[in-house]
Design a protein around this ligand. Structure first.
Ligand code: MN
Length: 228
């Protein structure tokens, strides 16, 4: 087929220990999935069901590339998150079979223009400009599920300029990995290539040009880059 211009490259994520790439279909994100973060944002963790939003697939940044400080914000926040990478999907996926869809796991950052999000929230507007901007979804290499041993005590953390800003265990997630896949598939037909950013623990804060960020999912993935 001929296109009117050269189509953009397919966004793709490296796979650890493998030369082939993971092609990204969509990026879904979960809001409010750790109690302490829900509280720091002024919510009640027990009252609210999972909140979903999305980012364009082109928002990923791979290979520890440095990221320019984004336009249109003076309050860029880091949100370190476990990322689920899917190799299959479907609608209304059963809880028992949800983990069969998982290709692997990574660590990523859901960058948020918090000032624009605050305006959107107070006016009942969509979150797109706060969440779905260019370079807003840096991600580590994906580790295949057969090589991961995630459990409730697995640590997720983020350091900025060598100081710990966010640190939690996966046991603190309000919604588990299968519960997230199951709930999301009630709204969308999930597909191979989907990434799900699963929400951030407490400790979100601003970062600026010149800051160095290092995210870690214990035993699974590391991500390190600078804002320029
Ligand atoms: Mn988030």
């Amino acid at each position: 087929m001929d296109f009117v211009f050269t189509p953009p490259a397919i966004p793709a994520v490296p796979i650890s220990g493998c030369e082939t790439l993971f092609p990204v279909h969509r990026i879904y994100c979960v809001g409010r999935n750790y109690s302490d973060h829900v509280k720091e944002m002024g919510g009640d963790p027990k009252k609210e069901p999972p909140v979903f939003f999305s980012k364009p697939a082109s928002a990923i940044v791979t290979d520890n590339q440095n990221i320019p400080y984004p336009q249109a914000t003076n309050d860029l926040h880091h949100e370190v998150e476990l990322v689920i990478a899917l190799s299959s999907g479907g609608k209304n996926i059963l809880l028992e079979s949800a983990e069969d869809c998982v290709f692997g796991y990574a660590v990523g950052i859901d960058f948020t223009r918090r000032d624009l999000q605050a305006i959107a929230k107070s006016n009942g507007r969509p979150w797109d400009v706060a969440k779905g901007f260019d370079d807003s979804a840096p991600i580590s290499a994906i580790k295949p599920v057969s090589e991961c041993s995630l459990n409730a005590s697995t640590e997720i953390s983020l350091e900025v300029n060598g100081a710990v800003r966010q640190q939690a265990t996966l046991g603190e997630m309000i919604w588990s990995i299968p519960e997230i896949i199951c709930a999301l598939s009630k709204f969308y037909e999930l597909k191979a290539g989907d990434l799900i950013y699963t929400g951030t623990p407490a400790g979100v804060a601003a970062v600026g040009a010149g800051d160095s960020l290092q995210a870690s999912l214990q035993g699974v993935a590391e991500l390190k880059f600078e804002l320029s």
